[in-house]
Design a protein around this ligand. Structure first.
Ligand code: G6P
Ligand code: MG
Length: 211
């Protein structure tokens, strides 16, 4: 039914949540702003600056754009230090095997991520050359739930929206994919969202739906 599969990165191919949490927590603590895992969950699929705005909702101080830029940079430096510890070992074998099987079955593959660190993460996981196209936070002007990242990935694969299946773990991503006219397989948090065509208990379940 589908010719291409478009994967979100964080929360689908790998799990960087923990690193995002640690880096944002460090920044928030430094400013005396309350931050917890529940707030962190709201940052999934959301761009860096939009994530910062969500964290600053808890602050009674108003910060200038320049200060916000500094906070986001500081968070990103720490986040990248944590990413540097990643290696191929952090890629789940079942995820890698499933990706290989889908490729053997002839599917085109793409990454559609809001992250500006997507290429760094993919290099660490030794996946940088695996995908036909990578569209990330550096290539878009509007972050999920906008459709831009998915549209660009579809165009990059030279496929119509109808021919693409998106794999997402975040509500913002499911919304963006639907706006782009694509079907969605939801995993993790997105498994229970009404709009998804398939609910994946695990990544390997894709092998059942993409035959
Ligand atoms: C992904 C993550 C978000 C993160 C965003 C931007 O979508 O799910 O939690 O905020 O990327 O990441 P970046 O690496 O550019 O700061
Ligand atoms: Mg995600």
């Amino acid at each position: 039914k589908y010719k291409g599969i478009i994967f979100d990165l964080d929360g689908v191919i790998c799990h960087t949540d923990r690193y995002h949490y640690m880096a944002w927590k460090n920044m928030a603590d430094g400013l005396g702003i309350y931050f917890d895992e529940e707030i962190n969950n709201r940052l999934r699929g959301v761009s860096r600056m939009e994530s910062l705005e969500i964290i600053l909702e808890r602050s009674d101080k108003a910060y200038s754009d320049k200060e916000k830029e500094e906070f986001a940079n500081k968070k990103n430096e720490l986040y990248k230090e944590l990413l540097n510890e990643m290696s191929e070992k952090d890629l789940d074998k079942k995820v890698k095997d499933t990706l290989d099987i889908l490729k053997e079955r002839g599917y085109k593959t793409a990454i559609a991520s809001s992250s500006k660190n997507a290429r760094l993460i993919l290099s660490k996981l030794n996946l940088i050359d695996f995908f036909d196209i990578i569209v990330d936070g550096n290539d878009i002007t509007h972050s999920k739930p906008d459709k831009e990242v998915f549209e660009k990935a579809g165009i990059g694969l030279k496929l119509l929206p109808n021919d693409c299946l998106v794999v997402e773990d975040a509500a913002s991503g499911v919304e963006g994919a639907k706006r782009a006219g694509m079907d969605v397989a939801g995993i993790g948090d997105a498994k229970g969202i009404e709009d998804v065509s398939y609910s994946l208990e695990s990544f390997e379940d894709l092998q059942k739906y993409c035959i």
